[in-house]
Design a binder for this molecule. Structure first.
Ligand code: BMP
Length: 207
């Protein structure tokens, strides 16, 4: 599971230390940057380097600007960054892995949904490492997996937005992204443990 670290409360280091057994990566974006600043994020990354860090600012600018930003993210210790695919990009030499938005989890993402196949084609053309496809749309995950068998599929929308833990993995996603249902829980570690257990039960019938 990837943790969407948008709205944490309490001590961030304690949280990240506590989640090590259940979380492989941490996704950060504007909510955290606005709360603790770029420096704060860079310092957090440097204290928790074992996590796979994803900069989720859904970049959608001209390639020269995107490349500059990706370079700065790399300096901050990020491992990957999320870009929008609809603006068009070139292949960037920044050392960061790229994840393109192909489908979104919210019902209003109509234009993105209508252009899903074109966005998958763009992802293939750019040879991105991964794509985002909302967990609330398992049929889109299946379609993406069928068309792009080797791409990593990251699926947000689990828990708070309604998708059941494990359901996106079952449809072919590589990682589920979970935020508020863990961060807003009284006991985030227990909430993360129960997500992972539900994933295991769905995928392997294990307890
Ligand atoms: P939550 O589990 O709290 O709903 O968080 C989901 C996270 O995934 C948020 O960081 C959100 O920005 C992101 N996300 C999403 O929910 N749907 C998408 O289609 C794409 C996203 O990046």
């Amino acid at each position: 599971m990837i943790l969407a670290l948008d709205f944490p409360s309490g001590d961030l280091d304690e949280l990240l230390n506590g989640l090590r057994d259940y979380v492989v990566g941490v996704k950060v974006g504007f909510p955290l940057a606005l709360a603790i600043g770029w420096e704060g994020i860079a310092e957090l990354v440097s204290r928790h380097e074992h996590y796979y860090w994803i900069a989720d600012f859904k970049l959608a600018d001209i390639p020269d600007v995107v490349e500059h930003i990706l370079g700065r993210f790399k300096e901050m210790g990020m491992d990957a960054a999320i870009i929008h695919l609809f603006t068009g990009h070139r292949r960037y030499e920044t050392g960061l892995e790229l994840i393109g938005v192909a489908g979104m989890s919210h019902p209003q993402a109509k234009l993105i949904r209508e252009n899903f196949v074109k966005l998958l084609e763009e992802a293939e053309l750019l040879n991105v490492m991964g794509i985002v496809v909302g967990a609330t749309r398992p049929e889109m995950i299946r379609e993406a997996r069928r068309r792009l068998p080797d791409v990593q599929i990251f699926s947000p929308g689990v828990g708070f937005q309604g998708a059941e833990p494990g359901s996106a993995l079952e449809a072919g996603a590589s990682f589920e992204i979970v935020g508020r249902s863990i961060l807003r829980s009284e006991d985030p570690v227990e909430a993360a443990r129960s997500v992972v257990e539900a994933q295991r039960v769905i995928l392997h019938g294990e307890r």
